[in-house]
Design a binder for this molecule. Structure first.
Ligand SMILES: C[S@@+](CC[C@H](N)C(=O)[O-])C[C@H]1O[C@@H](n2cnc3c(N)ncnc32)[C@H](O)[C@@H]1O
Length: 236
């Protein structure tokens, strides 16, 4: 009887997860403009690790970014293509990942984000760039000390993106809080907040149905790299 009840509860929870688009492992693909907006403001370079790669929304664009020397990927879901399939909340897993200059990811939120970010910060030689609910700034118990000791050097506040449909599956829904790109650049000496209205974002789209093509997103990455070159040469 007890077992049957548990089974029914579990099935009900699973049905609800699928009905509301909630994924048991918190899989939500990032829109391409998350990554292109990050690259507009931060010149990631060297060896880059993506510890929660999903379907590769971030990694696929970083791999065409000319300043990326090498990439490694991980995801706890063994069905997803990745170099490693380890739990990124555990420091033991990070000891198995190769050394890297940057960690760039959109991790699962709720209680999983803080341990992943803390491990990422320890691992990265240069810094961490992560897409997190803006409320990650709140000094909750799981991250208060970390945030106090390591406040992000940059927070890029993004417009809302509808990752999934509402409970009825009829309309695109947003989270209660918008996502920001949190950057911990270990070489930075100050702190900055950048606000990005959707009108300023190349390739912006509101939900996955309106997504631009991968080719278009890669063109934006190449255009940003060219802009970097021009700036480096002092031609702008
Ligand atoms: C919000 S999705 C983002 C996927 C991808 N980074 C992107 O931006 O499209 C989070 C991903 O983290 C993975 N994940 C969940 N818990 C994890 C954990 N403890 N360790 C590693 N990956 C995890 C999920 O399988 C999912 O693919």
């Amino acid at each position: 009887m007890w077992f049957q009840k548990c089974l029914v509860c579990g099935l009900k929870r699973l049905c609800l997860q699928f009905a509301t688009g909630r994924h048991p492992l918190n899989f939500y693909g990032s829109p391409s403009w998350f990554t292109t907006e990050l690259l507009r403001h931060v010149k990631l370079s060297g060896v880059i690790g993506e510890p929660c790669v999903g379907h590769g929304a971030i990694a696929s664009l970083l791999s065409v970014w000319p300043y990326t020397k090498q990439m490694w990927t991980n995801d706890i879901d063994p069905h997803l293509a990745a170099d490693y399939h380890l739990d990124a909340t555990l420091s033991d897993s990070w000891a198995k990942f190769p050394d890297c200059d940057w960690i760039c990811t959109n991790p699962p939120y709720s209680e999983f984000a803080a341990p992943i970010i803390k491990n990422a910060y320890q691992k990265a030689r240069v810094g961490v760039a992560a897409f997190l609910l803006t409320s990650f700034l709140e000094p909750c118990d799981d991250r208060a000390d970390f945030l106090q000791q390591h406040p992000p050097s940059l927070v890029i506040i993004m417009p809302r993106f509808c990752f999934r449909k509402d409970k009825r599956g009829s309309r695109w829904a947003t989270d209660n809080v918008t996502i920001s790109c949190f950057v911990w650049d270990k070489s930075a000496t100050g702190q900055q907040i950048i606000i990005r209205p959707k009108s300023a974002i190349a390739g912006f789209y509101k939900n996955p149905e309106q997504a631009i093509s991968q080719e278009r997103a890669e063109e934006i990455v190449q255009a940003l790299a060219k802009l970097n070159e021009v700036i480096a040469k002092g031609e702008l």
